[in-house]
Design a protein around this ligand. Structure first.
Ligand code: GCB
Length: 603
């Protein structure tokens, strides 16, 4: 398997970068005969020679671009291909050539010119492969990607595939317990990039502050030469390019007097301040071998049994649960959508979101860094109900890849290792002890949590966490229509978690499905009035809890309406958004906006 990818690719004095985004060829493989593409070696020649292809945009989910429900509901393999060229100077200057996939959901196999290059699973995490050998020749190169969307008992997240004989044919069906649609395809950008033979593999950064001084602890790893032949020059620069600190060492501590700290939105006049950390690898005679610039924010994250702090100031989360989801694109990375999302988060006065229920596109974290929006970064584990060794290994692997990818983002202030696992199972105790230990072995600088669904007296995992997050749908799934149950329900549960574990508590999901434009007075489920009242009752509960000292945040479910599998409990998808799927506000958004801005003034 592929170990994932650490650094986001960039063009520098020593590296070049091309995207392979655009229209690719696409072919579905019959669900009942997944082997056909392998038997007939579809990867050996252009897909069109194996049968009929259709044009497919990359990045995008393939599901919603057609008019054919067999495409939307496809289970199993699909094939993509396209041709590409490698600039001749990459070869004459002896560059390594890399292919990098930012996300292919769920599993992918990649061929270049008919030769298998790599395999990767976990839909929302990047992987890359050195294809220098495969692209030696000068002609155009054929890139083929087979994508499998099947979720099984040992995938992260899990699903179930069943086979049914129907009208003499085998029908393959996918089911899963979570409610977001299992979009699939090449979801994020595909990059072709070059590095020198000796190259920077990773840059790991941690920051601290003391008074007005910032500290940056870093570690640079490289490949392609023995350590005795290489040295590092690390230069920390302001946005205007002037240098504030430098060190000639591959690992070290930089000190910045009067540092500009990274602050969350609305907490400071200058949220999201980023420095450029320019890392250069030098050869024996001081010649430049490779260079890469990592943006960093100087900030601290700390926590006690009652609070969380950014730069030693207590933080209260004004947040959202979200999804990567939009009309036609599905889960495809879309800069228009995400700049709009961030503008809406800022308009709302929000300061944080959770990447429910999987890692989002890297460009989203870069935007969050720049804008001072915090992130609770969630791995792709949802509704885990099997606690097998195989799953534990894969779950850990997904966290390894997540932390390897996201460790340097100042916006990431917490790791969420799962959403609503079945933590009432006695096996969940050791399982999550191991998961949390694994995260701590890679990163001690951020608290670890998971979004809890089980009630306090049944759960077996909360004791391993630093922060308690709970999801609860008072007056929606339980006590439907009974808005007066919300305040006691929320207050008692949050107090219960704190009393049991003596840890900070936040509410990671609450809300009500709402059809935009549906008005019913007095409040009635699915109406805009009901959503407003449901939120308003939660606000009363949160205000009571804030007075008690351990309650650190609220995350409405959801930022926007999103697509789901077809069920009788979803009307054209999950409608708990305070914005519609096309990002227009429901009444609840206006209502919540007033609160979030008021809360911000208390920061
Ligand atoms: C939950 C899940 C979330 C669902 C939500 C709902 O508890 O964590 O993925 O979308 O409930 O609306 O049912």
């Amino acid at each position: 398997t592929n170990p994932g990818s650490a650094l986001y690719p960039q063009a520098t004095e020593t590296r070049d970068l091309k995207t392979l985004d655009g229209i690719w060829n696409f072919r579905k493989s019959p669900s009942a005969d997944p082997e056909i593409g392998y038997r007939e070696k579809w990867y050996r020649w252009d897909l069109a020679e194996s049968g009929e292809v259709i044009p497919m945009p990359v990045p995008a989910s393939y599901n919603d671009v057609g008019e054919d429900r067999s495409l939307r509901d496809h289970v199993g393999l699909v094939w993509y291909d396209r041709r590409f060229h490698v600039p001749s100077w990459w070869k004459t200057s002896n560059q390594r050539v890399w292919l990098r996939f930012s996300s292919v959901h769920y599993a992918a196999q990649v061929w270049v010119n008919g030769i298998s290059q790599t395999y990767h699973e976990f839909g929302h995490l990047p992987f890359e492969v050195d294809v220098t050998e495969a692209v030696r020749g000068n002609s155009s190169h054929l890139l083929t990607v087979a994508v499998d969307n099947m979720l099984l008992g040992d995938t992260v997240p899990q699903g179930r595939v069943s086979y049914e004989k129907f009208l003499g044919k085998t029908k393959v069906m996918q089911s899963y317990t979570f409610d977001f649609f299992n979009y699939a395809g090449i979801h994020r950008s595909v990059f072709l990039y070059s590095t020198p033979q000796v190259y920077i593999e990773d840059v790991i950064v941690n920051t601290d502050i003391q008074g007005l001084t910032g500290f940056v602890v870093y570690n640079v790893t490289f490949k392609g030469a023995p350590a005795s032949e290489v040295s590092c020059l690390v230069q920390l620069q302001l946005q205007n390019g002037s240098q504030v600190a430098a060190l000639q060492d591959c690992a070290g501590l930089l000190e910045v007097a009067n540092a500009n700290f990274w602050w969350p939105y609305l907490m400071h006049a200058e949220p999201g301040y980023l420095y450029n950390m320019k890392v250069s690898l030098l050869g024996l005679s001081g010649e430049l071998l490779d260079t890469y610039t990592q943006k960093i924010g100087i900030r601290t994250v700390t926590w006690t049994s009652q609070s969380m702090f950014i730069n030693h100031k207590p933080i209260y989360f004004r947040g959202f649960g979200m999804h990567e989801d939009s009309d036609m694109r599905g889960k495809g990375w879309d800069p228009v959508l995400w700049v709009k999302n961030f503008n809406l988060i800022k308009w709302m006065g929000g300061n944080v979101f959770r990447t429910s229920h999987y890692p989002y596109a890297e460009e989203i974290y870069q935007l969050a860094d720049e804008l001072g929006i915090m992130i609770i970064d969630e791995c792709p584990s949802v509704d885990t109900d099997l606690f097998t060794d195989v799953l534990l290994t894969k779950h850990k692997q997904s966290l390894t890849e997540l932390i390897r990818r996201d460790k340097n983002h100042p916006s990431v202030v917490m790791w969420s290792v799962s959403n609503e696992p079945r933590t009432q199972d006695p096996l969940a105790d050791n399982y999550f002890r191991d998961i949390v230990k694994h995260v701590k072995s890679m990163d001690l600088s951020r608290p670890v949590s998971l979004a809890m669904a089980q009630p306090i007296d049944r759960d077996k995992a909360a004791k391993h966490l630093d922060i308690i997050m709970f999801n609860r749908y008072n007056s929606w799934y339980s006590s439907t229509g009974q808005l007066d149950k919300i305040v006691p329900g929320v207050v008692n549960e949050a107090r219960g978690w704190f009393n049991r574990y003596n840890k900070p508590v936040l509410m990671s999901e609450y809300g009500a499905d709402t059809i935009a434009g549906m008005h019913i007075m007095p409040e009635y489920v699915w109406s805009e009035e009901y959503q407003v009242s449901c939120l308003a009752e939660h606000f009363k509960a949160f205000d009571q809890l804030r007075g008690l000292g351990f309650f650190i945040g609220e995350f409405v479910w959801n930022f926007a309406d999103f697509n789901t599998a077809q069920t009788t409990t979803r009307a054209g998808g999950n409608k708990k958004g305070i914005f519609t799927r096309s990002r227009q506000p429901k009444a609840a958004a206006h209502h919540m906006r007033v609160r979030y801005h008021q809360l911000a003034t208390a920061d």
